[in-house]
Design a protein around this ligand. Structure first.
Ligand SMILES: C[C@H](N)C(=O)N[C@@H](CCCCN)C(=O)O
Length: 505
């Protein structure tokens, strides 16, 4: 049973982290609170069903084994939904919906676009074992440099372990809120059936089960509703102290009065909806995008610390006090008060740091638009200045407006590359055919093993340039009139079939 619970715990908690991360990726800019609230709501509906159905199934002749089979069927349905989700969340759909790619997919994307640039995004598949490229576009070198930068950025995009220690104070305060507030609710719900039977519904587990499902039922409606309200009106961190106050009320009433528990159960449901639907959507506001998965993981660890240790503490209090629920209520009240203090500190720190947690969706959108307009403006300015500087530096050597500029630029590049010693280059050179066309060169690469293309590309590029430099030396038509573009095939190229001939082949 312990092994089963261990596997169940690993699966369930990883699922929660993944759900939160995927939901945030898709809804970060709009409806995040509502989407995460719906997420919680589905969990609450399932808990409420479980509270009501488990005693009924268990009292049926099929007993606990029958109840377990119902659970198994639900897990199989879940697996099918998981496959459905994996399909909907594939990188292509993310890209077309403008959703941020994960670091791994971004990296793959970079490699693909890098290969595409050198082999040519204008690459034409000539036959199953050869690839033809239009290379040496005027911007090829710049594009390549840009790709390299993007590649580095994709590497930076992965969260490093050491970054955990740089997460801001408010993130940690929020995690502590999670420990205390969840600690005042979930372990209490675990003992609720016994508690209700002992104090109000003697030996009536079905009635106790029905009453204990009230918080989950209220929360299943309240969580998306609260999520919607914080999306719409902001002030999300301000709801956390309110929910802590409600929790104090619930535990005082249930522990120290005989007033009907039904009202307290409603308020517990309200408080549970409020802090859960506010706490999780706060996380994306406290960390950077690439830290999101780890951040959700860390808060889930905090949640599980709470759900591991407080039930043990409750059990030992009950054991030590001969089953006195007033002492356990004392512990839950203490946790709620700690949650209240922490949430007040959270609000104070957030206020000092500019109130990130208080934004409504509209104000966040507006400020991010202004921010990106600013960014674009400065990026454009820096780009222009850089281009201007480069242009001025190059002016002394050659002017792009002069005829033959591109030809001379390529020749210089090729000559530079010829200085580089590379023994392997000869092998590759024999396999490559280049044909001058217009302002560029077509490179035909016999290529049987397409998947090794990326590794091959570096050699290819050099071989192509080296060969181009060879043309410059051997072909009088190319060399004699600097300033004009190559317009005829060199003897070196005469033996090679043309682009269209190859395509026909
Ligand atoms: C027991 C379960 N692990 C739990 O209490 N989960 C929390 C957190 C859900 C986080 C969803 N992003 C809950 O409120 O249900």
């Amino acid at each position: 049973m312990v092994l089963g619970r261990l596997i169940f715990g690993i699966g369930g908690e990883c699922l929660e982290v993944a759900q939160a991360k995927i939901t945030t990726d898709w809804f970060k800019s709009r409806w995040l609170g509502f989407a995460l609230g719906l997420n919680l709501s589905s969990a609450r509906v399932a808990s409420a069903l479980n509270d009501n159905l488990s005693p009924v199934i268990a009292s049926h002749p099929v007993g606990v084994v029958g109840a377990s089979w119902v659970g198994f069927t639900v897990c199989v349905l879940c697996l099918a939904c998981g496959f459905g989700l994996a399909y909907l969340d594939r990188p292509e759909s993310r890209k077309s919906a403008g959703v941020r790619l994960d670091a791994r997919d971004r990296k793959l994307e970079q490699v693909r676009s890098r290969t595409g640039n050198i082999i040519g995004h204008r690459a034409i598949n000539v036959s199953s074992d050869s690839i033809m490229t239009m290379a040496l576009s005027p911007n090829a070198v710049e594009e390549e440099e840009e790709n390299e930068k993007e590649n580095e950025m994709a590497e930076d995009d992965q969260m490093r372990f050491s970054e955990i220690f740089t997460l801001q104070t408010n993130f940690w305060i929020l995690s502590l809120c999670c420990i205390s507030l969840y600690g005042a609710v979930v372990p209490f719900i675990h003992i609720l059936s016994d508690f209700l039977q002992k104090k109000w519904y003697h030996k009536n587990p079905t009635k106790a089960g029905a009453v204990m499902s009230i918080p989950d039922i209220v929360s299943s409606v309240g969580s998306p509703l609260c999520g919607y309200l914080v999306d719409r009106f902001g002030n999300r961190a301000r709801y956390i102290p309110v929910s802590a106050i409600l929790l104090i009320w619930v535990h005082v009433q249930l522990g120290f009065t005989m007033f009907t528990p039904v009202v307290a159960m409603f308020i517990l449901g309200l408080s549970y909806s409020l802090f859960a639907s506010v706490l999780w959507p706060c996380i994306p506001f406290l960390v950077k995008d690439h830290q999101l998965g780890t951040a959700y993981g860390l808060v889930t660890i905090a949640l599980n610390i709470s759900l591991t240790f407080f039930p043990m503490i409750v059990a030992s209090i009950l054991h030590a006090t001969d089953g006195s629920y007033q002492h356990t209520e004392g512990m839950f009240i203490t946790l709620s008060v700690i949650g209240l203090l922490l949430s007040i500190i959270l609000n104070v720190v957030d206020h000092r740091q500019g109130g990130d947690l208080q934004h409504s969706e509209e104000s966040a959108l507006l400020s991010s638009e202004l921010q990106s307009q600013d960014d674009e403006y400065y990026e454009e300015r820096i780009r222009r200045e850089q281009l201007q500087r480069e242009h001025q530096q190059q002016r002394g050597h050659y002017d792009p407006r002069e005829p033959g500029f591109e030809y001379r630029r390529q020749r210089r590049f090729s000559q530079d590359l010829l200085q580089v010693e590379d023994p392997d280059i000869e092998d590759v050179q024999g396999m490559v055919t280049t044909i001058p066309v217009g302002e560029g060169i077509i490179t035909v690469i016999p290529h049987r093993r397409r998947h090794s293309m990326a590794g091959f590309t570096g050699y290819m590029e050099r071989a192509r340039l080296r060969q181009h430099a060879n043309h410059v030396q051997v072909a009088p038509g190319l060399n004699s009139t600097p300033g004009s573009m190559p317009h005829q095939s060199s003897p070196h190229l005469a033996s090679n079939s043309t682009f269209s001939e190859r395509r026909q082949e």
